[in-house]
Design a protein around this ligand. Structure first.
Ligand code: NAP
Length: 492
């Protein structure tokens, strides 16, 4: 039995905990990849203490030297790209092509952050006073906790750990309990890249014990969290009470608006890709499509054909377009929402349950599912499902489309399909999301461009891009008076 270990103060140590949970391949539940021990509070404190002890040394290591380690980690990820992609697919279920894409994103982010290590610039600011020099410097915060979800188990940890390290913080990394294998490999890669002991620590275990202990530990000065809204909001309340910084990237219910003049095939293709890619388990997945009534029948018919052409299966097999849900709990949630759609009176267009066949018997597979004539107050129009379920809402015009699109607690991503510049720019102006796309899917983002949402999706600074280091640094303002004597006159 393979048991994953914690990485504390530069050493791989097995938890003393007795309770373990299996790491299961969601495409084939007979395939047990390893076992996670649910670490104790004491072990969690040891991980935080190790990070706290290493901080002084790491903060005084020059930023470009820190960046070199991150750059070496990027090269190692490149060398191990195929092995990591295979493990990611086996553990999380997405297709190999999607896993390779995630690995490339992680490499790009690490490269970008390594470059930023040479650009941790402050500002020089002209003073109101003569013989006075004012400037700012960016400084690290201390121990940063990175708490991550299972849906991008390589990219999200890398896009938190890399900027945290480059900025001079030490890190305690707590990954999702159902993707421990990739978490261990990421830390092994940083270890091989030369990260000094204590600077990066991995602690495996439950959110309620390990997560809670991290949040309560006074040495943890900042928490970067990605996950559900339910956990994120509680986490924010808990840490902000003791003055700890928090950055929470949470759920989405991302809309696509399709206007009557749109290229229908492009709109249908992109919507299907956004809704069913990664089995709908992207925070930026398309969940609602709001379409003008005059073209709705044609659009839905095209969408149905795209959905029905998708090949479901084990993501490691060639030709498969869509893998399973990540685990039994997520699988049941998706089936629950399909049921809710039926109960609330939406019209099922295709899918609607588990696929039939021997090859699906041991996995958490759900068919790509489309509901038409969905009303804005139905559960499938309002709540995050995180599975391959798409709701079609019909509207009379652009105004109503905007009303429906913004009638949502979340605000992560969105998209419009149209060729009318006036409507496109009004959409960009009025849509309440942190990211938006024109004539392309709601999913996707680039390593050097800020990423994140508004409303119930996001709290705190944006991740990645020009804003990547903002959360992980504090600005110190410096005034240097070089008069050499007491100043005269009115000073404030
Ligand atoms: P989750 O259940 O909220 O878990 C996220 C992380 O928080 C896991 O490591 C989890 O540990 C931990 N956690 C749970 N309870 C905790 C507690 N009380 N204290 C501290 N940590 C705790 O989310 P998920 O199911 O893994 O991920 C899916 C969600 O992530 C979706 O809502 C999706 O939209 C969101 N997401 C958002 C973005 C974005 O950028 N906006 C990106 C990707 C995903 P355990 O695994 O041990 O429970």
């Amino acid at each position: 039995m393979h048991v994953y270990k914690n990485f504390i103060n530069g050493a791989w140590v097995e938890s003393v905990a007795e309770k373990t949970v299996p790491n299961i391949n969601p495409a084939n539940t007979d395939d047990v990849i390893g076992h996670v021990k649910l670490s104790t509070r004491e072990e969690t404190r040891a991980a935080v203490d190790a990070a706290a002890a290493a901080f002084k040394m790491w903060r005084s290591t020059p930023a470009p030297t820190r960046g070199k380690i991150v750059a070496r980690a990027a090269r190692l990820m490149e060398d191990h790209k195929e092995e990591l992609s295979q493990l990611l697919t086996r553990e999380e279920g997405k297709t190999l092509a999607e896993s390779r894409g995630e690995l490339q994103r992680s490499i790009n982010v690490a490269d970008f952050c390594a470059g930023e290590s040479r650009r941790m610039n402050g500002e020089t600011i002209p003073s109101e006073l003569p013989l006075n020099f004012a400037y700012t410097v960016k400084q690290p915060i201390g121990v940063v906790a990175c708490i991550t979800p299972w849906n991008f188990p390589v990219a999200i940890p890398v896009w938190k750990i890399a900027p945290a390290l480059v900025a001079g913080n030490t890190v305690v990394f707590k990954p999702a309990s159902n993707t421990p294998g990739t978490a261990v490999r990421i830390v092994e890669i940083f270890e091989e890249a030369g990260i000094p002991k204590g600077v990066l620590n991995l602690i495996l275990g439950s959110g309620s014990t390990v997560g809670d202990e991290i949040l309560s530990h006074p040495a943890v000065r900042a928490v970067s969290f990605t996950g559900s809204n339910e956990v994120g909001i509680r986490l924010y309340e808990q840490v902000s009470r003791r003055g700890c910084k928090a950055q929470c990237e949470m759920g989405g219910k991302n809309p696509v608006v399709v206007l009557a003049d749109a290229d229908m095939d492009l709109a249908a293709e992109s919507t299907a890709q956004g809704a069913f890619g990664s089995t709908g388990q992207r925070c930026t997945a398309t969940s609602r499509v709001i379409v003008e009534e005059s073209v709705a029948d044609e659009f839905v018919e095209r969408l149905r054909k795209k959905a029905e052409a998708m090949i479901l299966g084990d993501g490691s097999k060639p030709g498969v377009h869509m893998g399973p849900s990540v685990d039994e709990s997520q699988f049941k949630t998706v089936l629950h929402y399909i049921n809710a759609g039926k109960e609330d009176g939406a019209k099922l267009v295709c899918g609607g349950g588990q696929p039939e066949g021997e090859e699906f018997a041991k996995g958490f597979f759900v068919q790509p599912t489309i509901f038409d004539h969905v009303k804005p107050d139905m559960r499938i129009a309002r709540e995050e499902i995180f599975g391959p379920v798409l709701s079609v809402l019909r509207v009379k015009d652009f105004e109503q489309a905007m009303e429906y699109a913004n009638d949502c607690e979340y605000g992560l991503s969105s998209s419009i399909f149209s060729n009318d510049a006036n409507y496109i720019y009004r959409f960009i102006d009025e849509i309440e999301t942190g990211m938006t796309h024109v004539n392309s899917p709601t999913t996707g983002g680039e390593a050097h461009i800020p990423f994140g949402g508004i409303k119930a999706t996001g709290i705190g600074e944006r991740e990645q891009g020009s804003t990547a280091l903002d959360f992980y640094t504090e600005i110190k303002v410096v005034y240097v008076d070089y008069t050499g004597r007491k100043r005269e006159g009115n000073l404030y």
